[in-house]
Design a protein around this ligand. Structure first.
Ligand code: AMP
Ligand code: MG
Length: 331
């Protein structure tokens, strides 16, 4: 080989080597939120482009704001066929409805709409309107045979509580298929990570303070996990000096008032973490703790109460650090 060719070849090899040690970052706006994705690997750029395309594809399936989305079509027509991805979300949502005694209920949509959280003017509904609309909320009345969903008159579905977690799990698959060796993504604060940085170090994920204060509730150092947080502070409005947020207790039709201000779920399964973060926020500390004790191998939790008490489940010890005092929930 001629010397100059060798020089060019070595140059290319060095460059590719450098590339996989330098993170590639991509930002996008989808699912009503800002998303950032960082990945390492020699094809990281291509991988992130594919991940972004996958996010947009899933958004078009589940967006209740887009009339043509699969979910909107089902809501408008009262029934419709489901894609495999929607089928998976359906299965998970229905099993979590059972497991959480109805705290997670994807038929919450008409109530979200009544409160104006679907994009219209936000307002506190009248008792009468709320009672009428709440009567439609009951996921056990959805008919689903694995292929077609049929709703009762007046029912509507909303995957807002599970979609981002499902999506972050799917993004991890796309990145891994494309040779990514390490990645951290945040879909509007819902984080999922895989692999390591090129020096072998783990990811550090800060948990936001619900009051927007400086610093974090704590920091997790970990990998291959979704870290998904639900809090009333994410979307809310004020009326007559009272604050109303977007996580609704299906037993009352009102914003959940369980005594928790922030719930973080840590799990290998993104969709599960997302569904449980919303459900546990509705259930409150004691019921969430009971739920965790039934399957401590599938997920962990970080809970913050209105009184400022911070709790973590035992397996998180060693990966969680905080300036605040915290108590450990044992099995
Ligand atoms: P998250 O941010 O994951 O806690 O999800 C909140 C979103 O889930 C809301 O914006 C609604 O779209 C939807 N949602 C609110 N309350 C419930 C509930 N109890 N069960 C299922 N979905 C809900
Ligand atoms: Mg959720």
């Amino acid at each position: 080989m001629k010397k100059w060719k060798l020089i060019i070849l070595t140059g290319i090899l060095l460059l590719t080597g450098c590339q996989s040690k330098t993170p590639v970052t991509k930002e996008l706006f989808a699912m009503d939120t800002y998303m950032t994705m960082t990945a390492y690997g020699k094809d990281a750029e291509k991988a992130l482009d594919q991940a972004a395309a996958e996010i947009r594809r899933l958004d078009q399936l589940w967006s209740v704001g887009q009339k043509k989305s699969e979910v909107s079509q089902i809501n408008q027509n009262g029934s419709g066929p489901v894609s495999p991805e929607t089928g998976e979300l359906m299965d998970l949502s229905l099993s979590l409805y059972e497991a959480t005694d109805g705290a997670l209920d994807i038929t919450i949509y008409p109530v979200m709409d009544l409160w104006g959280f679907t994009g219209k003017d936000r307002k506190v509904p009248s008792d009468e309107e709320l009672e009428k609309t709440l009567a439609k909320v009951d996921a056990s009345r959805i008919r689903y045979d694995g292929q077609t969903v049929t709703l009762e008159e007046g029912q509507g579905i909303d995957f807002g509580a599970v979609a981002k977690g499902y999506t972050s799990g799917r993004v991890m698959e796309v990145l891994a298929e494309n040779g990514v060796t390490g990645a951290l993504i945040s879909l509007g604060g819902n984080v999922q990570c895989m692999g390591t940085k090129p020096d072998g170090s783990l990811w550090r994920v800060g948990i936001q303070k619900p009051d927007g204060g400086e610093g974090y509730l704590g920091v997790l150092t970990l990998t291959d996990k979704a870290v998904i947080t639900s809090g009333g502070y994410e979307r809310y409005f004020e009326e007559n000096g009272k604050t109303y947020h977007h996580i609704i207790d299906p037993s009352t039709g009102f914003p959940a008032d369980s005594g928790l201000t922030s719930v973080t779920i840590v799990s290998e399964e993104g969709a599960l973490a997302d569904g449980l973060s919303t459900a546990c926020f509705v259930m409150g500390k004691d019921k969430a703790y009971e739920l965790w004790k039934k399957s401590p191998d599938r997920f962990d939790m970080i809970l913050l109460t209105e009184e400022g008490e911070l709790y973590i489940t035992a397996p998180l010890q060693g990966m969680f650090t905080s300036d605040m005092e915290f108590s450990v929930l044992e099995e």
